[in-house]
Design a protein. Structure first.
Length: 156
């Protein structure tokens, strides 16, 4: 399902600053704010062993798999490589009330390190309309607990 882009699901922007931590929807893991712009915020968190288990399991063939050409999602394709210091990132889009990765092929950005500089450049591309939150991989924006870091830099 595509998300509406007419502002009908807009969410009031929280006063996030780089270094803050937030909880997102049902995810029990805290996310760290890596960049903030006028209409977006970027957050990251390390991939956990639990994530690896859950995501890799989606690529296991179920018992009722009937072979090549079956209808299972991911059944006959390779899972993403989540080994090592893999980082999940998400972009919060207040105006559309959604979050998710960008809509570039592969849904990644830059070299995969998601440093503050990389995320600031990414949000500049979002502000310029060059990329958007993926219409194939988005979640309704719901920010739970927000923990500002003491002495955090102000949002730009
Ligand atoms: Zn299958």
């Amino acid at each position: 399902m595509r998300y509406p882009t007419d502002g009908s699901a807009a969410v009031a922007a929280l006063p996030l600053a780089v270094g803050d931590t937030v909880r997102l929807d049902v995810d029990p893991n805290p996310w760290t704010v890596t960049a903030v712009s006028a209409h977006f915020a970027a957050v990251t968190r390390p991939v956990t062993d639990r994530d690896r288990e859950e995501i890799y399991a989606e690529y296991d063939a179920p018992d009722d798999c009937d072979g090549e050409g079956c209808a299972h999602l991911g059944c006959h394709s390779d899972p993403p490589n989540l080994e090592g210091d893999t980082i999940f990132y998400s972009v919060l889009d207040w105006r559309n009330g959604v979050r998710g990765p960008c809509d570039r092929i592969g849904q990644g950005w830059g070299d995969g390190t998601y440093t503050e500089a990389e995320c600031a450049a990414m949000l500049a591309a979002f502000e310029a309309g060059q990329v958007r939150v993926s219409q194939r991989n988005w979640t309704a924006l719901a920010v739970g607990q927000h923990h500002p870091v003491s002495g955090s830099r102000p949002a730009r």
